[in-house]
Design a protein around this ligand. Structure first.
Ligand code: SAM
Length: 269
């Protein structure tokens, strides 16, 4: 049975003619307004997602619950964010599952925090850190809008300091300009064998990051860049790639924590 849309939920209106999207939280007595007219929230509540609604000017929309990448892209941005194109690879590299615990530094706008929070589920924990309290406040509002605040803890922390987390965690994600600063504390907080991943925007940062990982007893270090091309599939004009594309978003890195030789007893801690 399709679960009807309720007040308090985030929804996405997809404009049928132009494919544009608008995202907002359903509130009693409120209405969605754009230059395409208005839609009272009361006309959306109670319907299943996938329903069609018309604005006051007759524009047709389909209403959805946003998928994970849409929730990430619709955050209120105070910083650059991790784009879905890269987030998929990074999420696989981090090997997260429900109930796991993950450390993240910098939180930024919380786009990637939303993905982490979804992956670890109700019983998992995301410990996210940033040097700026104002960024954390904004990120937590974004996480709350995505309905995932119950599993996220955020604190101010300068990279290089030990992560204030009890015990060992299952994965670490780094998205800061100087990721090498956070490599030794990441090693200290990670459970043996578990992954670290990160993203950096320049080749110089990539080299510094990889060097720090290799010196810091991480192994299986991989660096990749992903390119994504949209394909136009049209009845009359033919099928071909869209002529414009995002040229570059970042270098992606993953690695795993190896124990020093003869230190297998660390497994317990
Ligand atoms: C590119 S943003 C992270 C974006 C985030 N991953 C997202 O998807 O929204 C980088 C963040 O790192 C934080 N940062 C930069 N240097 C830092 C440091 N030395 N210690 C802690 N946080 C730092 C910045 O304040 C900024 O919020």
């Amino acid at each position: 049975m399709a679960r009807p849309l309720e007040y308090g939920e985030q929804v996405l209106l997809w404009e049928v003619r132009r494919g544009r999207t608008f995202s907002f939280v359903l509130r009693e007595g409120d209405a969605f307004h754009s230059h395409k007219g208005s839609v009272p929230h009361g006309e959306i509540v109670g319907r299943p997602e996938g329903s069609r609604v018309r604005s006051s000017t007759g524009t047709e929309f389909v209403v959805f619950r946003p998928r994970l990448p849409e929730r990430m892209m619709k955050v209120r941005r105070r910083t650059q964010i991790v784009y879905p194109k890269d987030a998929g690879w990074l999420a696989l590299a981090l090997d997260l599952a429900p109930g796991m615990r993950v450390v993240e530094i910098g939180t930024g706008s919380g786009a990637f925090t939303i993905l982490l929070a979804q992956l670890v589920g109700h019983d998992g924990r995301v410990y996210t850190f940033d040097r700026r309290q104002d960024f954390l406040d904004n990120a937590l509002e974004n996480v709350a809008r995505a309905g995932l605040l119950d599993r996220v803890e955020a604190r101010v922390l300068e990279a290089g300091k030990p992560f204030p987390v009890e015990g060992k965690v299952d994965a670490v994600f780094l998205d800061i300009p100087e990721p090498w600063l956070a490599v030794p504390p990441a090693y200290a907080v990670l459970a043996p064998g578990r992954p670290l991943a990160g993203i950096v925007p320049t080749a110089e940062q990539l080299k510094g990051f990889v060097t720090a990982l290799e010196r810091g007893r991480f192994v299986a270090v991989e660096a990749v860049e992903l390119l994504e091309r949209r394909i136009l599939v049209r009845e009359k004009e033919g099928v071909r790639p869209f002529e414009r594309m995002v040229g570059f978003t970042g270098y992606l890195i993953s690695a795993r924590k190896a124990l020093p030789a003869g230190k297998e007893e660390e497994c317990g801690g």
